[in-house]
Design a protein around this ligand. Sequence first.
Ligand code: NAD
Length: 385
Amino acid sequence: MDTIGILGAGAMGSGIAQVAAAAGHEVVVCDNLTIALSKAGKGIQASLKTGVEKGKITDSDAYSLFSRIRFTDHMSEFRNCSIIIEAILEDIEQKQIAFKSMEAIVDERTILASNTSSLSISAMGAQLKHPERILGVHFFNPAPIMRLVEIIPGLQTNPEVVERGKKLIDGWGKTTVVAKDTPGFIVNRVARPYYGEALRIFDEGIADEATIDWAMRDLCGFRMGPFELMDFIGHDINYAVTEVVFSNFFYDPRYKPSFTQKRLVDAHFFGRKSGRGFYDYREGAVKPEPNRDEALGREVASRILAMLINEAADTLYLRVASRDDIDLAMTQGVNYPKGLLAWADEIGIEKVVEKLDSLYVEYLEDRYRCSPLLRKMVRENKTFY
Ligand SMILES: NC(=O)c1ccc[n+]([C@@H]2O[C@H](COP(=O)([O-])OP(=O)(O)OC[C@H]3O[C@@H](n4cnc5c(N)ncnc54)[C@H](O)[C@@H]3O)[C@@H](O)[C@H]2O)c1
């Protein structure tokens, strides 16, 4: 079986190493910090121990899985790898330097892949002698649990490399979707309004956080409301992603970050991990009750849902990904109760367009412009499925 290289032994690198070793590969994990390597080893062992306790893996399988992973601080050990997945810090220059060094070690057929969540794959390939081997493979956190992997070819990537990379990762029991090299790929783009529109509704005082969370959870079937979810992800992380997506889209107002969230970050109210975010997680704190007014809840939910569907429709319209991959990505990557395009059919595309147009007329903001695809489908009386 192929030997897999992983550069960066942090949260993502160690998770991906565990996934590849579980599929039977020999794995080489390289990090320039030896302390990161020992932490990764301990982390994988702890995760395997939990697996054994839950009966998901036998003791001896866990032992042999771990013995397939080699930890090193020498990149030269990547020599025989057929693919190297880079998961170092999110910095384009650092990643370009790393790819150039790795290219000097491996042979021509080795795929050089990046787990970046926001940077351009084409830009990573630009510095390579063989840029046709660059590929984005975006795992979600925690990699051993989350099934979705977005596969992103750069402008220079050879289609054979895409096929090979996709087939390999499919073989690891993951669900792969292919996305164009555009900001946020599929999930981090389509999911933006879940946070952004919820924050806008909150900022306008239409409903409070508990009510918006209740509406999205109890009336729509999302596992977590937007505010609970932002508190869980951490506002530092969630705000940073929003800022990157906003600037990468040349400041399209659709992706505009919120001052409310920025202030939480300024105050270090990062959410669950810091004890305070939108909600108070300190001992003895009482969670506020939502206003269970169904009409209000439906109004909030229909607005957020219309914005999500609009983003999914534009993602299809601009050929970032296929209909099936967009719906698959949102259901498997972030556990949405339904694919957004299938949901649009269920609600009625005409109703979604009406909602968006009413927001546009009210606010006269480009943020609420309806996707031309939705308008065209109404005109032609079409559905997504
Ligand atoms: N954490 C997430 O939820 C998540 C999800 C999807 C994608 N990503 C992306 O995955 C990548 C890694 O994220 P993470 O959360 O695992 O980061 P992390 O900070 O946990 O780990 C990064 C590791 O890379 C090592 N490193 C840095 N520069 C290096 C170099 N030049 N050579 C070798 N090792 C080096 C660091 O020592 C560290 O151990 C980033 O590009 C990030 O955007 C993160």
